[in-house]
Design a protein around this ligand. Structure first.
Ligand code: NAD
Ligand code: UDP
Length: 386
């Protein structure tokens, strides 16, 4: 760890980071990396800490004096400004960010992604503190290409689907498609942060994650989350595989996604933290353009990988189709395709993702099997009420 240097060969000085949403999926991996590979201190803010418990206890851990957990809800806690003032940098991850909530809890979604982030931006700006804010690839919405006729050869032209931070438009559906409440709130907070930079000199970096996946993502319904809860696709499909149920393909599973391994993506975030001169003022796509699949292909690959890591033969009906109305309710809509342009992150930080989709699914499903298979077996063998 000694002698670590930044991308310009200058020694990296340890800093204090106020990490809001540190107890979530991305936060837990970022804390783990910062504790094991750097000398930075973390003030970890969240309402939950289950996913970072292994970093907080016991007190004999080598980094025990470099991480402090502060249980607080940023909606209504006056301690927030003090923590931001104590730190050199704030990383804001806090958000409602599961699609099942966007159309069913649109008010909570908009408050969480816009209103609750306002004080964080304000305190950073007023106190001259740097901010790394987590936005989303969903701010791009739909591709231009999806509005072309189905048989148009232009659909094959990357100009109509590759998503570029400084060139692509943000295309959302109508207001009654409440799916877009999240994307719209994230877009407005991006614009506000950008304006704070332009008018008041806020030093900021905005991250747009493109489907980061890996261990500890979301929850398995009925085990460490509500039975009726609907997490993101990795946890939905993991849950189906663990329970030996068919994987549910929403509207035929035709939407396309690029998936990046959480550990690759965290390396990009650490580069942003440690290279402020290269990261400030930028918006970065962080994803893996080489790992594109349709949701149907993802289901097929996860079924094959799970069979390999669990040693169990896959079930006879691996997938079933469900309508989005049945699965998510009224007001759902979807992003058709998400390929990140990598020019800016490559030029500024020299970052590239490494892990193939098969490999990242193998690591992740091995974790899911080890963590949940026994608990699922036990819960399924219990008699249900009536
Ligand atoms: P997550 O839900 O696992 O983590 C978010 C954390 O924020 C949770 O631990 C939650 O308890 C905390 N939080 C929410 N509201 C809070 C509040 N009011 N006060 C204190 N803590 C609060 O989600 P994640 O996947 O780790 O995502 C982190 C960020 O990255 C989010 O802003 C999300 O929109 C963005 N993002 C993630 C992905 C991805 O691929 N994982 C994709 C696009 C965007
Ligand atoms: N999806 C699906 N079955 C599920 C869960 C999700 O077909 O059990 C689809 C969903 O409709 C979307 C894609 O998988 O097209 C990715 O969903 P996710 O929840 O991960 O979030 P998104 O990428 O849309 O933000």
């Amino acid at each position: 760890m000694a002698g670590r240097v930044d991308l310009d060969g200058k020694p990296i000085k340890p800093i204090t980071i106020c990490m809001i949403g540190a107890g979530g999926f991305i936060g837990s991996h970022l804390c783990e990396k910062l504790m094991s590979e750097t000398q930075h201190k973390v003030l970890a803010v969240d309402v939950y800490n289950d996913k970072i418990k292994h970093l907080l206890e016991p007190a004999s851990l080598p980094w025990a004096d470099r991480i402090q957990f502060h249980r607080l809800n940023i909606k209504n806690d006056s301690r927030l400004e003090g923590l931001i003032k104590m730190a050199d940098l704030t990383v804001n991850l806090a958000a409602i960010c599961t699609p099942a909530d966007y159309n069913t809890r649109p008010l909570d979604t908009i408050y969480s992604n816009f209103i609750d982030a306002l004080p964080v931006v304000k305190y950073c700006s007023e106190n001259g503190k740097r901010l790394i804010h987590f936005s989303t690839c969903e701010v791009y919405g739909k591709t231009i290409g999806c509005f072309l006729p189905k048989d148009s050869p232009l659909r094959q032209d990357p100009a109509y689907y590759v998503l570029k931070e400084d060139a692509s438009p943000c295309i959302f559906g109508p207001i009654e498609k409440q799916r877009w409440s999240y994307a719209c709130a994230k877009q407005l907070i991006e614009r506000l942060i950008y304006a704070e930079g332009a008018e008041n000199g806020l030093e900021f970096t905005i991250v747009r994650p493109f489907n980061w996946i890996g261990p500890r993502m979301d929850f398995i319904p009925g085990i460490d989350g509500p039975s009726e809860g609907v997490p993101r696709v990795l946890a939905c499909f993991s849950n189906n595989l663990l329970r030996r149920e068919p994987l549910k393909l929403v509207d035929g599973g035709q939407s396309q996604r690029t998936f990046v391994y959480i550990k690759d993506a965290i390396e990009a975030v650490v580069l942003m933290i440690e290279n402020p001169a290269r990261a400030n003022g930028h918006i970065f796509n962080v994803g893996n353009p080489n790992n594109e699949v349709t949701v149907r292909q993802l289901a097929e690959m996860m079924t094959q990988v799970y069979s390999k890591v669990s040693g169990e033969v896959s079930s006879e009906t691996p997938t079933i189709d469900v309508s989005s109305k049945e699965f998510y309710g009224e007001g759902y809509d979807d992003s058709d395709k998400r390929i990140p342009d990598m020019t800016i992150i490559n030029r500024q930080l020299g970052w590239n993702p490494k892990t193939s989709l098969w490999d990242l699914l193998e690591c992740t499903l091995t974790y899911q099997h080890r963590t949940y298979a026994e608990a699922i077996k036990q819960s399924m063998s219990k008699p249900t009420a009536n």
